[in-house]
Design a protein around this ligand. Sequence first.
Ligand SMILES: NC(=O)c1ccc[n+]([C@@H]2O[C@H](COP(=O)([O-])OP(=O)(O)OC[C@H]3O[C@@H](n4cnc5c(N)ncnc54)[C@H](OP(=O)(O)O)[C@@H]3O)[C@@H](O)[C@H]2O)c1
Length: 310
Amino acid sequence: MRRACDTGPQLNREIDMRVGFIGLGSMGLPMAQNLLAAGHELVVYNRTRSRADGLARSGARVAESPGEAAAGVEVLLTMLADDAAVEDVIFGENGALPALARGAIHVGMSTTSPALARRLAAAHAAEGQSYVAAPVFGRPEMAKAAKLWIVAAGAPEVLERCGPVFAPMGQGVEAVGAEPSSANVVKIAGNFLLAAAIEAMGEAFALVRKHAIEPARFLEIVNGRLLRSPIYESYGALIAAERFEPAGFKLKHGLKDVGLALEAGGEMAAPLPLASLMRDHFLSAIAWGWADIDWAALAKVSAVNAGLAR
Ligand SMILES: NC(=O)c1ccc[n+]([C@@H]2O[C@H](COP(=O)([O-])OP(=O)(O)OC[C@H]3O[C@@H](n4cnc5c(N)ncnc54)[C@H](OP(=O)(O)O)[C@@H]3O)[C@@H](O)[C@H]2O)c1
């Protein structure tokens, strides 16, 4: 039984499709599992092949190259680390672009740059294919629970055809226009807000800790009375408990996203002074060796700057 997904009245959610999925990281693996469980015919590719083993046991076909994952599918989904990874699998050796059929759709779900979305849209159009950008909000546990929020942009009739693949992965789809790059801008701006909340909490928690106030008690007051939000609650709890492992969203990807915000701001002369500051704090965190722990560890930079133990 297909999950409901608020993708608009025109979307047919009951069609099983031939779907290719590239990128089985923390997010991609549970997303692919949900597509398979929903009845889609799935072919998967991951650079590190062993991450596909569980899906193979559940009935997915494992491709040996991105091109093989793209051949013969109606929709190809990519959920990869960054621009370079997407460029490798789409334009690289044995890449997906020449293998994808005319009329097929590539749905890019990674958090990548608007500039790459424009390049992908043009390259796919030249091959008679379509490109949709559909980055997501939600961490791996939300991906597993099929509770992602999908921000999608592309031609309306193409978005409509994506309904059956969006439905098993998300609790809703926010369509933001016909230009795929718009979805990336919304995602990048959203992550900028999340990072800013973590940065602000990091500084505030360092302050209260220096004054011997219990971080958990402070969070109770802030989230209960002042700024109630799921973000303050969830990230606040991680920061108060200094619990940064296992990583839901790796800190190095946070650096990537704040860089994407600065790049997108640079394109349009939209200064983001707070993003510049956060970029330096992310770099400090990487220098401390925290690249692969949760990005909530951005808060540790303020703690260390305040002389609190690492
Ligand atoms: N985690 C979150 O909470 C979250 C939430 C929303 C959006 N996102 C975004 O979703 C995307 C994936 O995030 P994630 O947390 O799943 O990352 P991840 O666990 O680090 O996984 C990254 C994936 O990209 C692949 N990859 C990296 N470089 C590659 C290359 N050059 N060629 C081919 N494959 C390559 C990796 O393959 P290997 O297995 O071989 O390394 C892996 O499948 C990112 O853009 C991230 O910003 C993440």
